[in-house]
Design a protein around this ligand. Structure first.
Ligand SMILES: Nc1ncnc2c1ncn2[C@@H]1O[C@H](COP(=O)(O)OP(=O)(O)OP(=O)(O)O)[C@@H](O)[C@H]1O
Ligand SMILES: [Mg+2]
Length: 290
């Protein structure tokens, strides 16, 4: 059985007419790094809540279908038990801060205290999480006196330290600068290589292309596309779902429109692919015809 199995999930928030997720089926294997993309309101956050039990236990509403995560059928288990195996990094880092602790270090320790982790095991785990997220020098600062991007790193660290089997991240780099975003993607990639299963809602397509194993497209609450980044991110359907493309694909499409793209050469989605395919385009007969 896959670590995440969703079958025919339809979910409606309370007091709403239209379901936020519609007849969605999905399997994710252990250690897979899956990125979820989609327009505003497509259902990315709702899917994140569903994978971590907040739907239906916190948001209530009407859920049909099956959601099985890390051995638990979510609707049959309490949220307290689900969050031990499937952790969520919220879209807004402010929502992650406990409000109970006055330093970054204690904030990150908070989850471990709740887990009942022995005191002596805490420091190495906390220090590793802080190092991985680049906040080692902020241990004594108040979680409230940080920039949005710094808070986002603290939120990520406080989830990583719990070492959940499934890590769900809702736009965890939305407030990070470009290099910070790449660092976070690289850390997540590393953790997935170590066996953590990752589902990440994200708009930054260049990093999705470079780091994710698979890309899901949500459109209007439905799973519209699922496949390797090179395939999904060059799909001609993306525009109809209000999704852009990587800068590499954009430039390649311009060259293609001018008739300069070699027949059969795939459109690139990463810098490495762009280097290969633009070299091929430069030596192709079409470009040298006149
Ligand atoms: N708490 C809520 N109560 C009622 N409806 C909600 C609630 N949260 C989200 N919705 C609705 O559910 C749908 C999916 O919203 P969701 O937040 O999952 O989208 P999203 O893809 O995360 O968008 P964004 O890119 O803006 O974060 C939208 O139509 C939204 O209006
Ligand atoms: Mg969202």
């Amino acid at each position: 059985m896959a670590i995440i199995e969703i079958e025919n999930l339809t979910y409606r928030y309370p007091h709403t007419e239209q379901p936020a997720l519609r007849d969605l089926s999905l399997q994710v294997e252990t250690g897979e790094f899956v990125a979820v993309i989609g327009a505003n309101g497509a259902g990315k956050s709702t899917l994140c809540y569903t994978l971590t039990g907040f739907v239906p236990h916190f948001f209530q509403g009407e859920l049909a279908g099956r959601v099985h995560v890390a051995g638990l059928e979510t609707k049959d288990h309490h949220l307290e038990d689900i969050v031990l195996v499937s952790g969520l990094v919220f879209q807004n880092p402010f929502n992650q801060i406990s409000g109970a602790k006055f330093s970054v270090y204690d904030e990150i320790a908070f989850g471990l205290e709740n887990l009942g982790v022995p005191r002596e095991e805490m420091p190495p785990r906390i220090e590793r999480a802080m190092a991985m997220t680049g906040i080692a020098d902020m241990a004594g600062r108040s979680p409230y006196d940080l920039s949005g991007g710094q808070q986002q790193r603290v939120a990520l660290a406080s989830m990583l330290v719990m070492e959940p089997k499934v890590l769900v991240l809702d736009e965890p780099t939305s407030q990070l600068d470009p290099l910070g975003s790449r660092e976070v993607f690289a850390v997540i990639r590393e953790l997935s290589r170590e066996g953590m299963t990752v589902v990440m809602a994200e708009h930054k397509l260049e990093w999705v292309a470079a780091f994710a194993d698979r890309v899901l497209v949500l459109a209007d609450g439905q799973l519209a596309l699922s496949g390797p980044p090179a395939e999904v991110l060059t799909s001609p359907l993306l525009e109809s779902y209000h999704i852009g493309q990587t800068r590499y694909t954009s430039v390649a499409r311009l060259v293609e429109a001018e008739g300069g793209w070699p027949a059969g050469e795939p459109l690139p989605v990463t810098l490495e692919e762009a280097e290969v395919s633009f070299k091929a385009a430069l030596i192709s007969p079409q470009m040298n015809a006149d």
